[in-house]
Design a protein around this ligand. Structure first.
Ligand SMILES: NC(=O)c1ccc[n+]([C@@H]2O[C@H](COP(=O)([O-])OP(=O)(O)OC[C@H]3O[C@@H](n4cnc5c(N)ncnc54)[C@H](OP(=O)(O)O)[C@@H]3O)[C@@H](O)[C@H]2O)c1
Length: 289
């Protein structure tokens, strides 16, 4: 199958290259393939693939608050143009979205059919991208993921390990809960999903959920750094321009019905740590709550 991967340099884009290795892949990156350019629709139509997977996005959640037009251009107009190109050549589209389209009420577990309630500019732009793609194209898979990490990415586990090295102790938010999700597992599930032809909305997260504190403690344990003290703090102690939803926990109901299952988050994290440990491939640029 000819598949175009858009945003091929991102952490999901890289993982997709591995999961789709048996296919004919076109790997699109910017500036040659900028999804904010309406001409991207012409490029899709000319490439005439069977499937386009949009792994490109504005992912700076806090930065979207001060750059809403730029965030909407990438996250809402980009999917619209890609869907338009797919409609012209008969391709299907995988539009990747986020758990943050939900309000994240404590105690709620979000299945695919729940009403949206995006709380930040980033989340509104992603919800707008879902709607825009759906208006243009029926051969559409909307794939919502959460708390993504994987090789080569700028992610929470990398920041936690770097901060542990630098400071010797950590404070991590304990009242923000989500699904830690390994990008290669999502990529593998997308590879299965596009074979089904069963278009619609899918949640694809590793099984189970955790607070950021739980995630950090398990990560340090797996990395042999359990001696690092971790103090639980609350979201209020770590103010952000775009306060994240407290409990935007996804349930993969639709994928499970097709027999597509992702393993528990702890198993995926153990594999990630095992793979990264020899080269200590962490990003020392910052720290996340
Ligand atoms: N990361 C998470 O925790 C998380 C959580 C929920 C949902 N998601 C969603 O999952 C998807 C994949 O996220 P990710 O973590 O893999 O993102 P990522 O690592 O930040 O990669 C995003 C990619 O998009 C590319 N991009 C940005 N603007 C573009 C444009 N105008 N035209 C073409 N490409 C552009 C970037 O290009 P450059 O390499 O040139 O910068 C980058 O390679 C996104 O839809 C995101 O919203 C992510």
């Amino acid at each position: 199958m000819h598949i175009v991967v858009v945003g091929a340099r991102g952490q999901l884009g890289r993982a997709l290259q591995g999961a789709l290795a048996g296919h004919r892949l076109s790997l699109w990156t910017r500036p040659e393939h900028d999804i904010t350019d309406p001409a991207i629709a012409d490029a899709v139509a000319a490439a005439n693939p069977a499937v386009v997977i949009n792994a490109a996005a504005w992912t700076d959640v806090d930065g979207a608050e001060s750059h809403p037009d730029a965030a909407f251009a990438v996250n809402a107009l980009g999917p619209k143009y890609l869907a338009e190109g797919c409609a012209r050549c008969g391709a299907s589209l995988v539009q990747v979205s986020t758990n943050e389209v939900f309000p994240g009420e404590p105690g709620t577990f979000y299945r695919e059919y729940e009403p949206l309630g995006p709380g930040s500019t980033y989340a509104r732009s992603k919800a707008a991208g879902e709607r825009a793609a759906a208006r243009m194209l029926s051969r559409l898979y909307i794939v919502r993921v959460a708390w993504l990490y994987g090789p080569g990415g700028n992610h929470f586990p990398g920041k936690i390990l770097a901060a542990a090295e630098r400071k010797g102790r950590l404070q991590v938010v304990a009242d923000e809960v989500g699904n830690p999700t390994y990008a290669p597992d999502v990529a593998g599930a997308i590879a299965q999903l596009i074979q089904t032809g069963r278009y619609g909305i899918y949640h694809l997260v590793n099984q189970g959920h955790a607070s950021r504190y739980d995630w950090a403690v398990e990560l340090l344990r797996l990395a042999g750094r359990s001696q690092i003290p971790v103090t639980p703090i609350s979201r209020a102690d770590w103010p952000r321009p775009a306060p994240p939803p407290a409990h935007a926990v996804l349930v993969n109901q639709a994928a499970a019905a097709l027999g597509i299952r992702l393993r528990p988050w702890q198993e995926a994290l153990a594999e990630f740590v095992g793979r990264m440990q020899p080269e200590e491939d962490t990003d020392p640029t910052g720290e996340m709550p």
